[in-house]
Design a protein around this ligand. Structure first.
Ligand code: 5GP
Ligand code: MN
Length: 339
């Protein structure tokens, strides 16, 4: 674990370095909150740091302090590659296998000789980092970055900017402090962040109360498409590319939709299948309540992974084939789903 290595990391960070901070592809609130918080922290020590996102992220995260400094590898490959090749240290946050940064970026990260530091709470980490702070019991990578700064003895350096970034990831990854990984410690950290200047109500508003009309209409369509399999305590939704187009889909618009399926009484397993013409895949998002591991389910059937109660994956088949596959494998899990 990282605690014993903290003195080494402290020494490493005692002189300004070239540092690249990477979140996973399709970054969410925790990915952007944690990377930008770390960016602002490293800047206090005059490091030449940059957050390099594999691709773009939703508009509801674009108010985050430091958003204008983020490099997007997908559209700035040349610049991104040079920065990675020139980096002394690469932090990988909120993911734990290079392929989660997307194939193009993974190809540049893999041969890099920079010192890798992982901070992450997903299951089954790959073994690429010299310094690994991996803890699957953690609510969020943002809570871990808070711990990391605290372990470095710098909690007094957490200002309103860093606090706001960290608040975002803890809030979004815990479903606003309600998922089981939310502990008393999580609330203590949140309390400290508010004391340090995070404006909790404003942040909540920025993330959750900035819907477009078309997004709510798209949610309506997803709800209409909801199917329930009561004997397997499963509910699932679909959105085709045509439906996304009809409601002027923008990145992030479907974030959280799957939770509505999980909110049904007696349902413990929920899925949403979203067609992507551009990637030629069906993106799968899975959620569960209790013991049923959607991480295992996704690894076994949908080429993905994540956490016990929240995971993602993909299917290379078309929508009807993907749904048939899903429906036909479910009975294998009948016992697990009815525990
Ligand atoms: P979402 O369904 O919101 O895309 O993702 C749920 C959780 O699973 C997040 O923690 C996300 O990082 C993780 N996840 C999403 N897609 C994948 C995937 O393809 N592979 C792995 N290993 N994790 C994923
Ligand atoms: Mn996370």
């Amino acid at each position: 674990m990282i605690k014993a290595q903290i003195p080494q990391i402290k020494a490493l960070l005692s002189v300004p370095k070239n540092i690249v901070i990477v979140p996973h592809r399709n970054p969410d609130g925790d990915a952007m909150g944690s990377t930008l918080a770390l960016y602002h922290y490293l800047k206090l020590y005059n490091h030449n740091a940059i957050v390099m996102a594999p691709n773009d992220y939703p508009d509801f995260l674009k108010w985050l302090p430091g958003d204008d400094t983020v490099l997007k590898f997908e559209t700035q490959q040349e610049e991104g590659t040079a920065l990675i090749n020139n980096a002394d240290i690469i932090f990988t946050l909120d993911f734990n296998a290079f392929h989660r940064a997307g194939h193009q970026m993974a190809e540049v990260l893999e041969p890099s000789t920079a010192i890798k530091i992982m901070i992450d709470h997903h299951q089954q980490p790959d073994d690429y980092a010299k310094y690994m702070y991996s803890d699957i019991s953690m609510s969020s990578t943002c809570e871990m970055v808070y711990n990391f700064i605290e372990m470095l003895g710098d909690d007094d350096k957490i200002d309103a900017t860093i606090a706001s970034c960290l608040y975002v990831g803890i809030m979004t990854d815990t479903g606003s402090f309600r998922f089981p990984a939310t502990t008393s410690r999580t609330h203590q950290v949140i309390g400290n962040l508010i004391e340090k200047g995070a404006d909790n109500s404003q942040i909540h508003n920025n993330i959750y109360d900035t819907n477009s009309y078309s997004r709510l209409q798209l949610l309506g369509r997803a709800m209409q498409n909801l199917k329930v399999i009561p004997e397997l305590r499963t509910a699932y939704m679909t959105l085709s590319q045509a439906e996304l187009d009809e409601f002027n889909f923008k990145k992030g618009d479907t974030e959280g939709f799957v939770n509505y399926a999980l909110s049904l009484k007696d349902i413990i397993f929920a899925a949403i299948f979203i067609e992507s013409q551009q990637d030629q895949i069906i993106k799968v998002s899975l959620r569960s309540k209790g013991e049923f591991s959607v991480n295992e389910f996704s690894r076994a059937h949908f080429n993905g992974g994540g956490h016990t109660n929240a995971a993602g994956g993909r299917s290379d088949d078309d929508m009807p084939t993907t749904l048939n596959k899903f429906i036909s494998i479910l009975p294998q899990y009948k016992q697990d789903l009815n525990q």
